[in-house]
Design a protein around this ligand. Structure first.
Ligand SMILES: NC(=O)c1ccc[n+]([C@@H]2O[C@H](COP(=O)([O-])OP(=O)(O)OC[C@H]3O[C@@H](n4cnc5c(N)ncnc54)[C@H](O)[C@@H]3O)[C@@H](O)[C@H]2O)c1
Ligand SMILES: [Zn+2]
Length: 364
């Protein structure tokens, strides 16, 4: 079992460990029972993960002497809302859960974001741990303490910064993850390579087939590298005042495309297209050599992610959405561009005409 420490504010308990490995879940349960003592443990999971792992997890917790129960939400982004918060908190109250309770998020980013949000507000906060079961959650959403639910007006509009007490990533969970969900995670993995680690980018270029076959050695190396990158960025900028924005590489346009497709496009697909657009913009503005932009595009294609926008759209409507993005500042669209692989920067001088041209080029 590998371990990384996330070093945050020393005055609070927000520093914590990320542990990862294959087949570690039994040890994880024992670690939680020993290091995170609570009068009650409530595991929150979704219907898919519950079907696959719920019973085994619950019985392992009970065998470890924990006072444990499990609560299920329907799988999918549509559960990440305030009515699910009402439902789960109502059940917590009915079960008599007080501030001595520890919540455990077992699932992907939906379960993690929602459980973290509930933990941050239930009875003015209870501790929680993350057991991420998707690639996105293991390399991204379970790390950093951003919690959220969606509002009808948009995604993640209600949320908090609230760190988990620990993150435990068992790579075995990925064995049951559908390919499409695995590919979504690969988009974030490629993102980390582009923003921070040209060595990992090269490793992905040379070994994508092994990664796609979920080869254990490569997977562990990649997940550990991604966790290390994300945690180092979060350590410097926990509340996304500056540096943490580079984690949004490919996301500005990605989110706009996801929304423009009415969410027919998955998050990973949106990010893949957004990264290709950002690479092309970087090349057109003479920051990035054209062949480097092509490497980015090729790796995304090798991962099984799209390089052409697969639905019909009006570029101006997508640009209008970009301008509505909650992360925009002073009326400017802020793009994360790259000077080379591993060297991102924030630009507010990308012209609308150039975005328009790139969107036209990327039409299927
Ligand atoms: N907090 C953050 O910093 C952050 C970062 C990135 C993404 N997010 C959020 O994460 C969410 C996306 O996360 P996600 O892609 O994990 O989505 P998800 O939680 O919906 O999981 C994707 C699908 O995989 C299923 N699944 C989960 N684990 C499985 C397993 N081991 N085997 C088989 N099926 C499994 C789920 O039931 C679901 O159907 C979004 O809501 C996004 O906003 C948050
Ligand atoms: Zn993302």
């Amino acid at each position: 079992m590998r371990s990384l420490k996330v070093n945050l504010d020393k005055k609070t308990v927000s520093s914590h460990e990320i542990r990862m490995g294959h087949n570690i879940v039994d040890r994880v349960i024992l670690l939680i029972a020993k290091n995170h003592k609570a009068s009650r443990y409530v595991m929150v999971t979704d219907s898919n993960v519950n079907r696959l792992y719920g019973a085994a997890m619950l019985s392992a917790m009970t065998q470890a002497g924990m006072n444990a129960s499990l609560m299920e939400i329907p799988a999918g982004e549509s559960s990440k809302n305030i009515s699910t918060v009402m439902d789960i908190t109502g059940k917590l109250l009915a079960a008599g859960a007080d501030r001595g309770t520890l919540l455990i998020a077992l699932g992907g980013g939906v379960v993690g974001d929602l459980t973290g949000f509930i933990a941050s507000v239930y009875m003015r906060s209870v501790p929680y741990v993350q057991i991420p079961t998707t690639l996105i959650a293991q390399v991204d959403s379970a790390i950093g303490g951003k919690t959220a639910v969606d509002l009808p007006q948009g995604k993640n509009l209600l949320g908090t910064f609230y760190q988990p007490r620990a993150v435990f990533a068992d790579l075995n969970f990925l064995s049951t993850l559908p390919d499409k969900e695995f590919n979504n995670g690969l988009a974030e993995v490629i993102k980390y390579g582009i923003i921070e680690d040209d060595k990992m980018f090269k490793l992905l270029e040379e070994n994508m087939a092994a990664v796609k076959s979920k080869d254990p050695a490569y997977l562990l190396k990649i997940i550990e590298t991604c966790c290390r990158i994300k945690k180092s960025i979060v350590e410097i900028d926990e509340r996304e005042q500056g540096l943490r924005r580079i984690l949004n590489f490919g996301h500005t346009l990605g989110h706009a495309l996801e929304a423009a497709s009415d969410y027919a496009l998955s998050h990973g697909e949106g990010v893949a297209l957004g990264m290709i657009a950002a690479a092309r913009l970087s090349a057109k503005m003479h920051y990035l050599p054209k062949d480097e932009s092509a490497r980015i595009e090729n790796l995304i294609i090798q991962a099984g992610l799209p390089s052409k926008i697969p639905f019909s759209f009006v570029p101006d409507a997508v640009i209008a959405r970009l301008k509505m993005d909650k992360k925009k500042k002073d009326g400017m669209i802020h793009f994360i561009l790259v000077k080379k692989i591993g060297m991102p920067f924030v630009s507010s001088s990308v012209s609308e005409q150039l975005i328009h041209d790139v969107l036209e080029e990327m039409k299927a």
